[in-house]
Write a protein that binds this ligand. Structure first.
Ligand SMILES: Cc1cc2nc3c(=O)[nH]c(=O)nc-3n(C[C@H](O)[C@H](O)[C@H](O)COP(=O)(O)OP(=O)(O)OC[C@H]3O[C@@H](n4cnc5c(N)ncnc54)[C@H](O)[C@@H]3O)c2cc1C
Length: 253
């Protein structure tokens, strides 16, 4: 569906009421391929949940909003399960879905705004866990020839808030779904970051479940910043500096 003069107010976490001259919604890979075939969308801006996008003015580029839905289990092994989520699935809803199923791996990433399709772009991370720790693969559409490709973890070249999608593939690929390898049992839980362990201990929880860790993360995150739905914000937009060991020891002393 292609529309003209669409308000972007509900499509970005700042609630900026910029207007898209051309706005297309892709609900399937086929939709996306046919939108990309339209020459007017050659240099379109790809929009997910709009929590890392700040519209300052009327965007010059047309907008393609990724709204591919669906979460499914694609493979099950003894300890692990592989789940696939569409690019348009809200990230936190995916986390809650996985916890309801009893799967571990996404708990520390609870309450990160945005959609699944954007998560690999900056290798989202929080509270000691990054997307790459649970990433299996993603499907993408090459914007040049509209071919469908699959990228595994190595191909994505993840780094600290970084991936190939911010470098060689910047504006060249559209992610349509992401697959994650989660744990059904023998969870590898991480409570060492920040005050997670402290908060759990204060509730008398010594061997937490993934859900209890997620609840701790949600509670910590909720005290730090207003929900962007209540008050538009972009949280922090800096990266932690990376220093070498000598500098680290110097700063520590
Ligand atoms: C309150 C708040 C808290 C946050 N906390 C964290 C945090 O703890 N950790 C963290 O890592 N980040 C955090 N962020 C940043 C943000 O949540 C992430 O960057 C998130 O992945 C953005 O998702 P989105 O769908 O909103 O992306 P958008 O803003 O829609 O897009 C972001 C970028 O990705 C591109 N893009 C979007 N979808 C696709 C796609 N399907 N294919 C190709 N390119 C695409 C866009 O063109 C754009 O360049 C926070 C942001 C806010 C506002």
């Amino acid at each position: 569906m292609i529309e003209q003069g669409v308000s972007l107010k509900n499509y970005n976490s700042f609630g900026v009421a910029a207007e898209a001259t051309l706005f297309a919604v892709a609900k399937t890979i086929k939709d996306l391929q046919s939108i990309l075939k339209d020459k007017r969308f050659t240099s379109a801006w790809i929009l997910g949940g709009g929590s890392n996008t700040l519209f300052c003015d009327t965007p010059k580029a047309p907008i393609i909003h990724l709204a591919i839905s669906g979460i499914e289990i694609t493979e099950e092994q003894r300890d692990d399960v592989i789940i696939k989520a569409g690019a348009g699935v809200n990230w936190h809803k995916l986390v809650l879905w996985s916890l309801e199923k009893g799967f571990g791996g996404l708990e520390n990433l609870a309450l990160i705004p945005g959609n699944v399709g954007a998560a690999p772009i900056q290798n989202i991370g929080a509270y000691g866990v990054e997307l790459q720790d649970v990433f299996e693969s993603c499907t993408l559409v090459n914007r040049n020839d509209r071919s469908i490709e699959t990228y595994d973890r190595v191909a994505c070249q993840f780094g600290y808030r970084d991936s190939i999608f911010k470098r060689e593939l910047k504006h060249k690929a559209v992610i349509t779904d992401v697959s994650f390898r989660l744990k059904k049992e023998n969870y590898q839980l991480n409570t060492s970051y920040g005050v997670i362990a402290q908060l759990l201990a204060s509730k008398g929880i010594s061997t937490p479940s993934p859900k209890e860790i997620a609840n701790a993360v949600i509670s910590i995150r909720s005290t730090k910043l207003p929900d962007p739905k209540q008050l538009g914000n972009a949280r922090s937009f800096f990266k932690n500096p990376i220093v070498d060991h000598d500098q680290f020891m110097q700063l520590k002393s």
